[in-house]
Design a protein around this ligand. Structure first.
Ligand code: NDP
Length: 459
């Protein structure tokens, strides 16, 4: 008779939790995963996947217009938001079915309900207690909306993906990944989009040339960005005032709109699941504190993914899950390698990035910067005023490429490949020795020869 009901109970069936559970089960461990909502978690149900489907949908807005420059005669297209949402939901149902099948085929039990840790080796689900050798907290994160009068009138990304009606005028508060992605897709679908940011620019944490280029491109495409601006209150308007909402800014300006959308970061889901009572330490932000092997202050309890607030990206959670399984179930202690993690923002145009920003690289030593700005070939005929920017940051002493950044069509697809080169420690000479593929935008990364003049050199 085993000492525990399970070898592992995972709380949260999102990307990290499902990957860790099924990989652990493959080693022969007896595993259950607890989920109170839909299997698949934020990425599949409320994030990356539905967002990307809407981004694809929005691109047609530009494509119909661009086609005219290539000789296509297109009558005025119409767009049915309801149909896109219904098709997107059907796809999510299909994916959820696949996730259920993956769990079943790997013999992972799915416990339907809210999981609460009741001790170092026990989890309660719907009033029933299960014992387990290890507990994995993979409960993810939830949108954080600041305390502003009228905030209950605002939506988050959860609701934005499922609106009954297409918002013709939308105000988006925040300038991070979610804000710029949704600004791009609503704008391309024909909405009047205003972004409100408290800082001087969008996308804090990205290279300044990425931030400036993307902001310029978004503004050219019709998105309004209010910088250094704070929302004072949100009010609902009555029939007489034209309905919708009024967003009051500091100063006396107000903006009327059909939806107010807050994309102001996410909070780890750590409340009300018994963590502190079980001895698990939380950070000031409420994230689970773990060591390099994802172990919490309570040795039998582990955590990974958004709930530990290191890098809130699905592939990071998945890789953390694999490192956890290797360490705990395959006798191979494996810390997660957080260096050179590529990332993309599915803005319009999109961003792809890997490695250091210029400012970070300069803090570490002298650098050579290579940069290219150009009008992509497609837009010479489409006539659309779109520009791309590509940038390489090279450590001067070692000549290793330590940062690679792009704003422009296909940037996420292009940067994924170059991320391998950075991971391998490629030098600028090796980039130069690589033959380009012509005509592409990607070839710019292997044909840049002229350094951006360095002010320090001039002096
Ligand atoms: P981010 O942390 O990326 O951005 C939050 C934004 O909200 C920042 O612009 C921040 O401003 C602003 N903000 C925070 N608090 C306030 C406030 N009280 N009032 C006004 N503005 C505020 O969060 P997101 O919500 O956009 O996304 C959450 C995470 O999800 C991302 O960090 C990313 O890790 C992940 N994600 C990844 C995607 C991808 O891989 N493509 C897509 C979507 C999300 P400031 O800069 O001044 O701090």
């Amino acid at each position: 008779m085993p000492e525990f009901d399970y070898d592992l109970i995972t709380i949260g069936a999102g990307s990290g939790g499902v990957r860790a559970s099924r990989m652990a089960a493959r080693t022969g461990a007896r595993v259950a995963v607890v989920e109170e909502s839909r299997v698949g978690g934020t990425c599949v149900m409320r994030g990356c996947v539905p967002k990307k489907l809407l981004v694809y949908g929005s691109h047609f807005g530009h494509d119909f217009a661009d086609a005219r420059g290539f000789g296509w005669k297109v009558s005025e297209p119409t767009f049915d938001w309801g149909e896109l949402i219904a098709n997107k939901n059907a796809e999510l149902n299909r994916l959820e079915g696949i996730y259920h099948r993956i769990l079943r085929e790997n013999k992972v039990d799915l416990l339907d309900g809210r999981g609460v840790v009741t001790g170092p080796n026990s989890v309660e689900v719907n009033g029933k207690t299960y014992t387990t050798k290890r507990i994995l907290i993979a409960t993810g994160s939830w949108p954080h909306l600041p305390d502003v009068p009228g905030i209950e009138l605002a939506i988050s990304s959860n609701e934005a993906l499922d609106l009954d009606e297409f918002p013709k005028r939308i105000v988006i508060v925040g300038g991070g990944y979610i804000a710029v992605e949704f600004a791009g897709l609503f704008n391309a679908m024909g909405a009047d989009v205003t972004i409100i940011i408290r800082a001087g620019n969008i996308l804090r944490g990205f290279d300044d040339d990425i931030r400036n280029t993307l902001a310029q491109e978004m503004e050219k495409s019709g998105v309004t960005i209010h910088r250094e601006c704070v929302v004072r209150s949100i009010e609902k308007l009555g029939e007489k005032e034209g309905e919708g909402f009024s967003v009051r800014l500091h100063g006396s300006e107000t903006i009327g709109c059909d939806q107010v959308f807050y994309a102001t970061g996410r909070t780890p889901n750590t409340k009300g699941i018994g963590l502190e009572d079980a001895g698990v330490k939380l950070s000031d932000r409420g994230a689970v504190v773990v060591d390099e092997y994802f172990q919490t202050a309570t040795p039998s309890i582990f955590a990974l993914g958004d709930v530990i607030s290191r890098i809130e990206l699905t592939p990071v959670a998945i890789n953390e899950g694999m490192a956890f399984v290797a360490t705990q179930f395959e006798n191979t202690p494996t810390p997660m390698d957080y260096d050179n993690i590529p990332a993309a923002v599915f803005s319009q145009p999109p961003v792809g990035t890997v490695g250091l920003m210029e400012a970070q690289a300069r803090e570490r030593g002298e650098v050579d910067i290579y940069m290219s700005r150009f009008r992509p070939m497609k837009h010479t005929l489409s006539g659309r005023d779109v520009h791309a920017m590509m940038k390489l940051i090279v450590d001067r002493e070692s000549q290793r490429v330590v940062g690679l950044h792009m704003v422009g069509d296909d940037a996420p697809e292009i940067v994924q490949g170059f991320a391998v080169a950075l991971k391998c420690g490629a030098t600028k000479a090796q980039f130069d020795a690589t033959v380009g593929i012509h005509p592409t935008a990607a070839e710019e990364f292997v044909t840049m020869r002229d350094k951006v003049p360095d002010n320090d050199d001039d002096g």
